[in-house]
Design a protein around this ligand. Sequence first.
Ligand code: FAD
Length: 405
Amino acid sequence: RYDVLIVGAGHAGAQAAIALRQHKFAGSIGLLGDEPELPYERPPLSKEYLAGDKPFERLLIRNAAFWDERQVALLPGRSVTRVDSVNHDVTTADGETIGYGTLIWATGGKPRRLACIGGDLAGIHTVRTRADVDAMIAELPDVRHVAVIGGGYIGLEAAAVLAKLGREVTVLEAQDRVLARVAGEPLSRFFETEHRAHGVEIRLGVTVEAIEGSGRVTGVRLTGGETVPAEMAIVGIGIEPAVAPLLDAGANGGNGVLVDAQCRASLPDIFAVGDCALHANRFAEDRCIRLESVQNANDQATVAAKTILGIEAAYDSVPWFWSNQYDLKLQTIGISSGHEATVLRGDPASRSFSLLYLRASRVIALDCVNATRDYVQGRKLVLEAAAIDPARLADSLTPLKDLAA
Ligand code: FAD
């Protein structure tokens, strides 16, 4: 039995343990996860780690000595399949039962898989864990053509790395532009142009009918009959939050575990944080959303830890995110979905610009490409939901800080 048992040893789980000790929690902490490694950072998986530019050791959130010194019991290689909120215990796939005083559910999500024929052939990969990426790296020497299914951030980052590694990459996107779910059209078009300039083929408005191959993938067949050659396919079509055991136990939710501003789930002594937590977010018009970002994982974990310690806290952070592709550093602040208008600040052709998103004439988000100053200064505009003349926002000679109230 642990006073606090954390299920899921990723960003949110690790930060919950760190924050508990930082704020002087004296009870026992168990940090349980289904991966074999010490908690590590996921963003480099589709960036520097896939590229071979960063060894795994540099991805660790903390080293082994840190967890040891803070008396956080690491329980790797265990998958929780059942939660009993009445008895206050969890059961793992191996039949082990572990009791808790308080449970923090920090399980993130599992990648969606292709449902089509051939969707389970060898050579088809998702990018969520170190094991996923190690498997890709091991196959790469025998791979010339890569099909990336899904033009979201992870797919595009992997495409950029693999193109740099000399592979012939085709991105297959069902929508009429990449990043359609998360960004405005000018940003999508900019990234499409960049990828094409780096030799990546971008195919828009195409749907995957089947994966071809016997045993191993040889190509991706599109609706209409065309086959895109590929010895490797990377599937980047989003995640399903890993919440079944908690929902089965009676927690409210659906696409995630529903939590309040303190990250409490609807069951006693249970919190949920990170990618799996469905929460009302004021930067999304108070809609209930899940955020898949390091910022959200860390900040929610900190709120849960403080709440457990009786320290007043409420989750109210400005969302931020980043993505690296080629030499482009995209930094996002706010949540752009639901925007009614966009303002371009700077010229995409210069490869340094920002896209501002407005709703009801107020700034709700910025996507900044190689424009860290706008990213830093734009934060205040998002926090204040500033109403500013679009012509002034577009004038890149006026610093955004001069526009804030
Ligand atoms: P995770 O980090 O996924 O941790 C959850 C852990 O719980 C995992 O180890 C999982 O295997 C485990 N688990 C699941 N179910 C169970 C169970 N039943 N029992 C035990 N363990 C379980 N965010 C950014 O802000 N910027 C980026 O540039 C960025 N790039 C990314 C690139 C990639 C390739 C990926 C995959 C993600 C990226 N993200 C990025 C998102 C970010 O990594 C996630 O938002 C963050 O990891 C969420 O933390 P989490 O703790 O909620 O989930």
